[in-house]
Design a binder for this molecule. Sequence first.
Ligand SMILES: *Cc1c(COP(=O)(O)O)cnc(C)c1O
Length: 371
Amino acid sequence: MPRSPLDLAAPGVRKINPYQPGKPIDELEREYGISNSIKLASNENPLGPGAKVLAAIAKAAPGTALYPDGNGFHLKETLADHHRVGVDRITLGNGSNDVLVLLAEAFLTPGHEAIYSEYAFAVYPLAVQAVGATAKVSAAQPGDSFSPLGHDLGEMESLIGDQTRLIFIANPNNPTGTWIKSRELRDFIGQAPDHALVVVDEAYFDYLEEQDYPDTSQWLDDFPNLVVTRTFSKAYGLAGLRIGYSLSHPDVANVLNRIRQPFNVNSLALEAARAAIDDKAHLELSVALNNEQRDIVATGLKELGLRFIPSVANFILVDMGGPAMPVYEDLLRQGVIVRPVGNYGLPEHLRISIGTAEENQRLLQALRQVR
Ligand SMILES: *Cc1c(COP(=O)(O)O)cnc(C)c1O
């Protein structure tokens, strides 16, 4: 007899440390009896969705009695047009997280290996462990390099073997905010064997203005083993609706389509995402605000004498120079929620999302109090 139902769980699942989400505002205010808190913990768009998206959601709301279009016909048409790729390359997911998990379920078994970097997105280990596959974790770049704590593609390449089926690359990476240049990434994908899919996770794609930053969605014709993932959760401001997608070889999309839940994307998300793609002005506003405020936060951190990794995304990884949890808790008491990253192996860092001008000033003020 097993001692506990836990012993009945699949071996890979037993070893999983659950994902630690950013603390919801509601929970903080209930626990601390405070109000007017702000959340800079989950890299959400502080402006939220634009008016056109809200109108599309309102319009779609009465239709929620019916199941959604399981094929997401209209959204796929919009995305195919947007990326100039065939509809048969698109897989929709309940957030891009869903697609990352589908990839692990479809391409990994306990005999297979997946590669990702140290300090990469926390969902990769979860997805790999859940299916009982072996994770090969590559050492990150040193803290004083061009890409501090970012992916070292040479290290990743050295871990590729006969059993490798998936290689996860976040570009830019969360939680470091580091990124990989076009040439380097293209060379890496070019040398990867055809038995390994290279998954380039571009959750923060829209924030980047760097000239050498690649749009890998335009490389799909060159590399049949390339999978690109995107999300509406960050710059598009739709984290709560849960919608993302992958672009890949049609055969990869075909395989993912076999195992996804038949209605994995809800009807409000399908309509909201279409409207979000069409509302370029709101996206541009969101990106401009973020990139301007990111500089202001960086300057404020410098003035406080805090070290941080220069970021191209909508968050900054800050080195607290000692255990970060007491600082995190102190900020909570002041009604400011940021993200501890001890689960990433970074117990002395906090990841801080860029908010509105007002929110960022509150953050800097709260940090001054702590220091
Ligand atoms: C936020 C994030 C995602 C997106 O998650 P969703 O499931 O689409 O909300 C994917 N990858 C990285 C690296 C992220 O930071």
